[in-house]
Design a protein around this ligand. Structure first.
Ligand code: ZN
Length: 310
């Protein structure tokens, strides 16, 4: 393309040139603005919803966070969409549970192939994972061992451990964005105080319940039980359908314990849980191990446990 002089007389030219100057100025100015915004906001991907909460609380306005396993998704079977993979490809930080959640085990390698420069924060860093309670009722232990190395992956459902998640995130974000260090540290201090008081609140609410053993279909509440002096009896083993024999064992155990409630998670099929509840003359009650609004959800779950175990 050749550029031909559009005007021949200076007088006519002056105002279009001025206009062009202003247009160029504004284009460059706004381009600069959006560019700056892009590099100033850390793009973070978290593998599960509760981790989004911690990224949000520590990172605040300096981060933009999205989730891999969305609300209602099952982290034991989830597969990312092409759109999520594209987003992963241009993100700065991936926050993983790092505790043996199948989604991460299955996808981590493939995701990292899409983005070799992404930083990875392991939210369970420094947290001692507890062994998954051995099931007494004829469980396929071999398979279970393989999936989780026999460690319980649901460490986030414990406010005392959540304090460590928050601290780990603060370190990760500060390392990636040193200019925000003081901001992240202040957010951590606030959140840490809240988690200490959440822990105290749950402890006192559950102190007086008379049934300390509870039956849950998907075994997500082991750390919660451990922290607050309860004991979790799990019906299933990480997403597997129970055989009729296993189902019968669970029903017998529940009857022996005088259990009338089967706790269920919204991410898992409740058909077998409902069958157990029917057989013991009880009911199913929902508690969510993966809600994004971490503190509100744990308060709600505590209330549900407290009322059901009264
Ligand atoms: Zn699980």
């Amino acid at each position: 393309m050749t550029i031909r002089p559009v005007c021949t007389r200076r007088v006519v030219c002056r105002s279009p040139l001025l206009l062009l100057f202003f247009v160029l100025f504004f284009v460059l100015f706004f381009h600069g603005c959006t560019n700056r915004q892009k590099t100033d906001t850390l793009q973070v991907v978290a593998s599960i919803e509760p981790l989004v909460y911690f990224v949000d609380r520590i990172g605040g306005e300096r981060v933009s966070v999205s989730v891999m396993v969305p609300a209602g998704g099952n982290p034991h079977t989830y597969e990312p969409t092409p759109k999520q993979m594209a987003l992963f490809g241009r993100s700065d930080l991936f926050v993983k549970a790092g505790s043996g959640v199948e989604f991460e085990l299955d996808w981590m390698g493939r995701l990292l192939d899409l983005n070799r420069s992404i930083a990875v924060c392991n939210a369970s860093d420094g947290i001692l994972l507890l062994p998954m309670e051995e099931q007494e009722h004829d469980s396929p232990v071999g398979e279970h061992h393989q999936e989780h190395g026999n460690l319980d992956p649901h460490f986030w459902l414990s406010p005392s451990r959540a304090r460590l998640i928050a601290a780990t995130l603060e370190r990760s974000l500060s390392a990636l964005d040193p200019a925000g260090k003081a901001y992240y540290a202040a957010n951590l201090a606030t959140l840490d105080r809240e988690l200490v008081s959440l822990d105290r609140e749950i402890r006192s609410r559950l102190a007086g319940v008379s049934h300390r053993r509870f039956l849950v279909f998907h075994p997500a509440w082991g750390y919660f039980a451990h922290d607050f002096g309860l004991s979790q009896i799990a019906a299933e083993v990480e997403g597997k359908t129970l055989t009729p024999r296993q189902l019968q064992r669970v029903i017998e155990e529940a009857r022996a314990e005088g259990i009338r409630v089967v706790f269920v998670s919204p991410q898992f099929s409740t058909a077998q849980a409902a069958a157990i509840a029917r057989d013991i003359g009880g009911k199913t009650v929902t508690v969510d191990p993966l809600a994004r609004n971490y503190q509100e959800n744990l308060r709600h779950a505590t209330e549900v446990f407290a009322r059901s175990l009264q």
